[in-house]
Write a protein that binds this ligand. Structure first.
Ligand code: MN
Length: 359
């Protein structure tokens, strides 16, 4: 800064501090102004899709784009700011040590998920997840392989059980537990005192092996919560299998935000938030999804194999509202005046909460 300019500032009574203040305010205002000026509108996107506006002659990360076509070039209905709804374990670092590795998607990676954090872990055969406990409840599902889990009750009884692919366990906060490679289950149970110290409470559940809670030609959903797995008082889960072209119908959950883990296939989800904002993103195996409390969403299988994912809630039960069912429970004149659907169209909408729509 020239001496002359400094003098001018001093004369005007503007301190360095207030110069910075003015600068930042102007910057914030500029960013805000730009956001509103350039927020996507349906008309704008439709028009842009017809010309060369959406192409990018500059740099592109092509593998990432190919995996996330709808995240990058969203449908024209996307609008406004929904906040982060996607992260992937494959963007996090693995903590590798002898016997396996862990990687995590926590609030650091997905700031909007304040209630649930995820850990993806590999234990090689014969290795131990050391004896420990947590300050939060732990819900886990086996992705492959076999393991033995133990969990001690306050009354001194202990559960020792084996789990394999599709099985889950639930360890309440503070309950000491272990996870390890296998020996003989009967020998381990006998060695600690047999029947008389056996836990009367079941902490494991065969989720994949259970009969679907609901099933249609579009797929299946299995719900495990405190109604069929009493120990799961604070974490409820649904395992969705959606056939190619199938849809987890438009719904929302009135009791908790949703944390998702994608286990197989390809899908896309749109999340709707008040007022009028929407965000669409693509999801692949090993990705984590997040749906804010009460936000409407659907999940569509966009691949040619089954889309498999978990819906997780920090709640005692899975509760959802189906948009279809709501429409069908309303007097038809009310639907017609809101949605301009005639009586025939209204009656093609399923009246039940199907979870996964038939194809
Ligand atoms: Mn959901």
């Amino acid at each position: 800064m020239s001496e002359e300019r400094k003098d001018k500032i001093i004369q005007d009574g503007v301190s360095r501090r207030s110069v910075l203040g003015i600068g930042s305010a102007a910057l914030a205002a500029a960013a805000f102004g730009e956001l509103s000026a350039h927020a996507q509108t349906r008309e704008g996107t439709r028009k842009a899709e017809g010309d060369h506006s959406s192409s990018n002659p500059g740099q592109e990360n092509k593998p990432l784009l190919a995996e996330n076509p709808h995240s990058n070039t969203p449908p024209p209905t996307d609008q406004g700011d929904v906040g982060p709804i996607w992260y992937s374990y494959d963007l996090t670092h693995k903590r590798i040590q002898e016997g396996g590795w862990t990687h995590q998607v926590t609030q650091r990676e997905l700031p909007s998920s304040t209630e649930i954090a995820g850990v993806n872990m590999r234990l090689t055969a014969g290795s131990f997840r050391e004896l420990h406990w947590h300050t939060a409840d732990e819900w886990s599902i086996m992705l492959y392989g076999n393991a033995r889990v133990t969990v001690l009750n306050p009354d001194g009884t202990i559960l020792i059980d084996d789990v394999s692919k599709g099985d889950l366990w639930y360890f309440p906060a503070g309950f000491p537990h272990s996870i390890q490679g296998l020996g003989s289950l009967a020998e381990d149970r006998a060695a600690v005192g047999g029947q008389k110290v056996q836990s009367p409470i079941q902490y494991t559940f065969r989720m994949e092996a259970m009969a679907p809670t609901k099933r249609s030609t579009g797929g299946e959903i299995r719900i495990v919560d405190s109604h069929n797995f009493p120990v799961a008082k604070n974490i409820a889960a649904a395992l969705d299998i959606i056939k190619p072209g199938g849809l987890r119908e438009l719904h929302w959950h009135p009791n908790a935000p949703e944390w998702q883990f994608y286990m197989a296939g390809k899908g896309r989800m749109t999340v709707f938030m008040p007022v009028g904002s929407a965000r669409t993103m693509d999801f692949n195996a090993n990705d984590v999804g997040f749906v804010p409390f009460n936000a409407g969403h659907y999940v569509e299988n966009t691949g040619d194999t089954d889309l498999v994912f978990l819906e997780m809630f920090k709640a005692s039960e899975v509760l959802d509202f189906s948009l279809n069912q709501w429409i069908r429970r309303l007097p038809p004149e009310m639907v017609t005046s809101h949605l301009k659907l005639d009586n025939n169209a209204i009656h093609t909408i399923p009246a039940e909460n199907l979870e996964i729509l038939p194809r």
